[in-house]
Design a protein around this ligand. Structure first.
Ligand SMILES: Nc1ncnc2c1ncn2[C@@H]1O[C@H](COP(=O)(O)OP(=O)(O)OP(=O)(O)O)[C@@H](O)[C@H]1O
Ligand SMILES: O=C(O)[C@@H](O)C(=O)CO
Length: 423
């Protein structure tokens, strides 16, 4: 290690990790995203984002993986840590945000951290502790129907309290708007009162910049990617386009979508409307004859790869997802679809795909693991929260451009736009 890392990040899913890396890169940090804890040191960067797939696994496992990551990041000399959670605060009363945050604080010997999923550029705002997605509170957004972490309460103080032992308080917008010093004072008051987590209101980038300055010395922050825009400046770093340069794209193009969010449903529909070739995977068929379903997808895709991007998707409406879950079980259905899409993603790369868009955090995790990718460089942004990335090495002995799209992110024409941006 030539110099210590300025920031060590633990992301609870893969698309979330690229989202965070994207914001750090845009704000001037050199960043490498690794898939799981790297085997050796990572050199020449300001921050490392370690992507875990810990959002929906049992809380004890999420804690163990996060602590192991923290241990490695501390060995690299990191002084500050960022636990990246979803901008829609995806979790259940069992966790995993609360248990992981408490374990990290304890391991760091710290007693307090700020918590905010706010990401105003992607219409995630927090006001009086309530999380809004666009114009509606979280519980009225598509997140109420999420297959794994349905979010039915927009009050983050309550949501965080339900999964934490330590008391949870609020840093309201009136304080945030008053600036960094006011935030610091509020943090001191909350700490004196024994509060462990301070949910922070933020409705605009200025709020996040003020928060970033206020927590310059804080050991830990628990946040969506938004807070990242305010941290590089604490180290005298400024935006630089060179930080996002990637090798030129090659090869065939494909999209694999396991996200069932409203945004992804629109993106699939828009791709089909524009004449894109698409193939739907039915989970019940998959549960009965997995290998035959995968073989049929690949037979369909092979001759089309030369003609433009192909889309393979399991994206479905909430009613369809519920019906499948009743038959197969929630976790089992998720796992079955993820593993099948991952096998398909890998097989497509084996057949010449070199530009791959994956929709959905869990799905991205499964695909990236199936491809044996260990590190990615972060490139230009397609839409807020989604950059192109480049993996120099995969298990298919091919380099690969990858875009890992969070379920809720991206405009309706995201799929076609991605390939145009890269070209
Ligand atoms: N048709 C379907 N029926 C049941 N489950 C499905 C279906 N399609 C996908 N799934 C499962 O739903 C889950 C979707 O989660 P995923 O994280 O991939 O997308 P997302 O939640 O929209 O994205 P993000 O986590 O980035 O917000 C996965 O476990 C996936 O396997
Ligand atoms: O913060 C977000 O919304 C995303 O980066 C994400 O974590 C989705 O999985």
């Amino acid at each position: 290690m030539t110099r210590p890392l300025l920031l060590g990040c633990i992301a609870d899913d893969f698309t979330g990790a690229t989202d965070l890396a994207n914001n750090l890169v845009r704000a001037g940090m050199k960043v490498v995203q690794t898939i799981g804890v790297p085997r050796g040191p990572v050199e020449g960067v300001d921050a490392v984002v370690v992507a875990l797939k810990s959002r929906t696994i049992p809380a004890a496992e999420a804690v163990a993986q996060s602590l192991a990551t923290l241990h490695w990041l501390r060995e690299q000399g990191c002084g500050q840590f960022y636990f990246k959670v979803c901008s829609t605060f995806d979790s259940t009363p069992q966790g995993n945000i609360g248990p992981v945050a408490e374990a990290l604080l304890q391991a760091l010997g710290a007693d307090f951290c700020c918590v905010t999923p706010a990401f105003p550029e992607n219409a995630r705002t927090v006001y009086q502790g309530y999380l809004f997605v666009g114009e509606v509170p979280l519980n009225e957004s598509g997140m109420r129907n999420h297959p794994l972490t349905p979010m039915t309460d927009a009050n983050l103080v309550r949501v965080m309290q339900a999964q934490s032992d330590g008391p949870v308080g609020l840093i309201p917008h009136a304080v945030v708007r008053a600036g960094s010093e006011a935030i610091r004072q509020r943090i001191a008051t909350l700490r004196a009162d024994g509060v462990r987590f301070g949910v922070v209101d933020a409705v605009a980038n200025e709020d996040l910049m003020a928060l970033g300055a206020a927590i310059a010395d804080a050991p830990l922050v628990v946040a969506g990617s938004g807070v990242a825009i305010g941290l590089p400046r604490n180290h005298g770093l400024a935006p630089s386009p060179a930080a996002a340069a990637l090798p030129p794209p090659r090869g065939a193009q494909a999209i694999v979508s396991g996200s069932c969010s409203l945004a992804t449903q629109q993106q699939v529909a828009e791709f089909q409307r524009s004449g894109g070739a698409s193939y739907v995977i039915e989970p019940l068929q998959l549960s009965q004859r997995r290998e035959a379903v995968i073989a049929a997808v690949l037979e369909w895709a092979q001759p089309r790869l030369a003609q433009g991007p192909v889309l393979v998707y399991s994206t479905a409406t909430p009613d369809a997802v519920r019906a499948v879950q009743q038959d197969l079980g929630v976790q089992q259905a998720g796992e079955l679809v993820e593993q099948a899409l991952a096998a398909i993603g890998r097989a497509l790369v084996e057949r010449g795909v070199r530009q791959l868009v994956v929709a959905g955090g869990e799905t991205s995790g499964a695909v990236v693991q199936a491809l044996g990718i260990q590190q990615m460089r972060i490139g230009p942004q397609i839409d807020p929260g989604v950059p192109w990335c480049h993996a120099a090495a995969t298990a298919c002995e091919a380099e690969l451009h990858l875009a890992l799209k969070s379920g809720n992110f991206g405009t309706p024409d995201f799929f076609r736009k991605s390939f145009e941006r890269l070209a």
